[in-house]
Design a binder for this molecule. Structure first.
Ligand code: AMP
Length: 255
């Protein structure tokens, strides 16, 4: 079974986001970009399905394919996936923002061509927080979906997926081929070792364009405004309950 893992190049999660002065978006110039953290978890799970580990039998996945849709530099994101253990990559080169629907349409075309048994995506990209691509892809392919996975168990052409829902855990059984999206607690992704980073340089990456898949990536949504969150005010310690009550009454105005 082939496993397809879409990996997005996003602003590194450790960096503070700066809004452009004209409020048209986020300033990405000269900042470190990395693989979306939920996609690292997806790559880790797919590689464990190939190598064995995390409850998966070795060979459950025969091949792990990492796909990125983005600028030329998204090749680095694919190389990271290859260094973690993916076998080959596909870069669909698109400059500028690509909306989840366009990404899902491209991924659908890739699924039609590659026929994977499983697509593992992140539950959301930390840049746009859309949480849409996996769901849209499942709809376009008419495949079952299990989102926000904290555990995946494969057997007999099915995946039992445990999901974190409000107040507990839900386990779904989906027939393969299926779409799964990862939650934070599914696994702890590995760091690529230096020898594996070197080996990854020799693994193949197919270079494609959106036109190769007949997908129009023109935006359908218009961003009206991007603004910084309101600044938080500093906290203060009080010595007595009386002082607290007084502050709540006179300063916060909540009593
Ligand atoms: P989103 O719906 O934008 O929050 O993204 C959810 C997931 O879809 C991500 O975690 C990725 O696995 C995948 N994805 C979204 N955009 C891209 C992209 N441009 N290239 C590759 N994968 C993507």
């Amino acid at each position: 079974m082939k496993v397809l893992v879409p990996v997005k190049r996003v602003l590194d999660y450790n960096l503070k986001v700066r809004v452009k002065p004209d409020q048209s978006g986020v300033d990405l110039s000269n900042l470190k970009m990395s693989m979306n953290p939920f996609d690292e978890i997806a790559v880790e799970e797919a590689v464990r399905m190939k190598e064995g580990g995390g409850g998966h039998a070795a060979g459950a996945a025969s091949e792990v394919i990492a796909v990125s849709i983005g600028p030329q530099q998204a090749q680095e994101t694919i190389r990271t996936a290859l260094a973690m253990g993916a076998d080959r990559g596909i870069l669909v080169q698109v400059d500028g923002d690509v909306e989840p629907l366009a990404v899902a349409k491209i991924l659908k075309a890739i699924c039609d061509a590659e026929q994977p048994g499983l697509v593992i995506l992140g539950k959301q990209a930390i840049d746009d927080d859309s949480n849409q691509t996996g769901q849209m892809l499942a709809a376009l392919l008419d495949w079952p979906q299990a989102t926000f996975a904290s555990k995946i168990a494969l057997s007999d052409g099915k995946a039992a997926v445990t999901r974190e829902v409000d107040g507990g855990l839900q386990t779904l059984s989906v027939a393969l081929p299926a779409i799964v999206t990862t939650d934070l607690r599914l696994n702890e992704p590995r760091y690529a070792s230096l020898p594996n980073i070197m080996k990854a340089k020799k693994k193949p990456i197919d270079m494609k364009t959106a036109a190769d898949y007949g997908v129009d990536v023109a935006p359908r949504l218009q961003v009206v405004k991007v603004a910084e969150p309101a600044k938080r005010q500093g906290g203060a310690k009080v010595k007595t309950v009386q002082e607290l009550v007084e502050k709540l009454k006179n300063e916060a105005g909540v009593l």
